[in-house]
Design a protein around this ligand. Sequence first.
Ligand SMILES: [Zn+2]
Length: 419
Amino acid sequence: MERSISSESWQVNADDPEALTALLDLPEFTVTRLEYDAHLDLLLLMCHPQYDVAVCPTCDTVSAQLHDTTERRVRDLPWAGKRCALVLPARRFKCARCQRPFTERLAAIAPQARSTRRYADYLFEQCRGTTIQAVHRREGLGYKAVEGVYYRLAAQRHSAPTLTTVRRLGIDEIALKKGHGQYVLVLSDLDHGRVLTVLPERTKAALEAYLATWTADQRAAITDVALDLWEPYHLAVQACLPNAQITADRFHVMQNLNERVTEARRAIQRAAPDEEKAQLKGCRWLLVKNRDDLTVEEQAKLEAMFAVSPALQRLHDLKEAFRDVFETAPDRPTALEQLTEWVQDVEQRGVSGLTAFVATLRNWWEVILNYFHDRLSSGFVEGMNNKLKLIKRLAYGYRNFSHFRLRVLVECDGGLESH
Ligand SMILES: [Zn+2]
């Protein structure tokens, strides 16, 4: 008899004993009774195995000789909004051939598991985009139980990303905890918007060791690499990826500029007379925020600050002019011309705070200009950085690197959109 729920419409009478079995939709079990435990606020479905025999996992012989039975309780998907558990016999059979007892294997429940496979899948999905803590509370399960399910499924689903289609690679470092100097390296497939791996160290050796796990063909297939402005990565890429053109990632270039702008702003504020200092308070974010993103109030506030400090205005104008080049330059020659003018402008106006940034530009000149070839990456890298920030916040900082790595691989796999 077919017991699973068919895709067609169907109906059962409330007193039909088959109804609960059909609703449960696990062909291995017949539901014999439904109970509600008010103390636990839990629906209990008493289940009886469909078959009186089991197959020995060692020799595949069918055995009907029951060795022993204990009661097993496993969580399952909620019914009508109520938490639900199945109560079923955990049976051991004795194999006539091996003469050894074995535990019956079930399709719906993994060995030793305390939830059905489908409920584990459900828990895994629940954890996406939120904390394990939140799911543990919502579902009334132990924290360790939810954590165990999440990372076990995460490891199964994201063990080996395919590398055959990777052409453009992004290499990014992120701080696991702000200010603690603990950095990890994130490698991404830029065309498919997914993270390939997370390395526990941001060293040349770690990057080279990882790239060495690729085949020669996979390494040769990489045409472009978007990088942070850090020498060891460049050396590793040059050594391992023979056909890759290196591009400075726009996101990091702008980040670098904004850091220098912030330093220069601090110097301006420090040097300002006391009566101006008060008026310049709170300009930190206004100054680094993109001009197009400012609200009317923020614009007005910024204008008021510029009236007090022309130096601040010069700084802001230069930052925006630089950003304009990245937004609008149609090709490499135009960008070359505009960036050269920008550097001259900074030097002529004597904006001392940007001297360090000009040095960085000169240092990485070609690599930064490569961006204007085909405007590699950006959107994904910036989006990914925001997502990683969220992941770090979700976990209140990660003590366990392998957990962090799996979280990132799950949340940034490109196939599934974030919640
Ligand atoms: Zn056997």
